[in-house]
Design a protein around this ligand. Sequence first.
Ligand SMILES: [Mg+2]
Length: 376
Amino acid sequence: MILNRLRLPTVSKLSQLAFARNYSRKDFAFVFDIDGVLIRGKDPIAAATPALELLNEHRVPYILMTNGGGVSEKAKADHIAKIVGVPISPWQIVQSHTPLRTLANDRKHNRVLCIGGVGDAVRHVAKSYGFEDVVLPIDIVKAIPSISPHHMFKQDDFDKYAIDIDVNVPFRAILVFNDPRDMSTDVQIVQDLLNSQDGVLGTKRKRRRLEDPAIPIVFSNSDVYYSNEYSLPRFGQGAFRIITEELYSHINQLRPHEAMSSLLCGKPFKLQYDFAHHVLIDWREMLITNKFEQPKYPLLGTAPTASPFKNIYMVGDNPASDIQGANDHGWESVLLRTGVYADEDLSSLEAQPTAGVFNDVYDAVLEILRVNKVKI
Ligand SMILES: [Mg+2]
């Protein structure tokens, strides 16, 4: 019996094994944060170009994962490629809201309310993900102006961005893609739907299972602050999440240990890392087969059951999101000095980088290739 099992493979099987070995040799991969790692604002970080070129040369899979968003993955890929000077595929981009595309496969999420972003940009993003009935707050205000008496939309906005909708069709989910631009309107309409009867505008549900809103809400990013030219950090989507949860608790009289249930995407949450892991596996497959088509993603929140990667290196500048998330979800973490992190903070960091602190992304890539015995 044992001898039977030890039979040598045939010649053709051996050549298949050699072929497989050639590609499976890369049992590690990189996930790069964007801001503070590859670019700074509109400028490249000089080390980014040689780092990505080195990985392309050695056929090491990598993707880019940012908590930013508001545009399509193609627009983001083109933008980064132009700044860094290295081609980037849309299939290598994970923005905070990219995992939402997995919900579009689920027919029960037909009509969705999409929040955030400039003009009607997120409508186009949601449509590109496969959502068919995509409604923005401006569409609702156009149909029922009194729903948000203090709205900030002008006639020009309605003309440019709003579409006519049947307000009686129930909503199946609320997807927060990006920071609200008219916070007052978004706060009002989101609460109306969370507390509605089965997602129908203008209704109020009978109270039951209070921690669960009437329809699910997904926040694509929980960062409370972000930086711009102003001297102090500004409120981001995470601030909208706090307002939404607090108002929901107040309206539903939740007790202190109770909280509104919601789904959270973006770094450092598990949903995002599981999704990015799928994207990495798919990207590796595309490199091997040379077929660059839209992969079939599993439903949101499904972790890969098998992975070709022994190590995934998350390279970032933000200890609280990049490093924390990597450490929490079994990846290696690499911290860089080119962004928000400063060396004096190292000892006080809650999340310590498992693979070290480096001056820039090129230094990090070079060292990790050496550790993984890639001849340079
Ligand atoms: Mg960053």
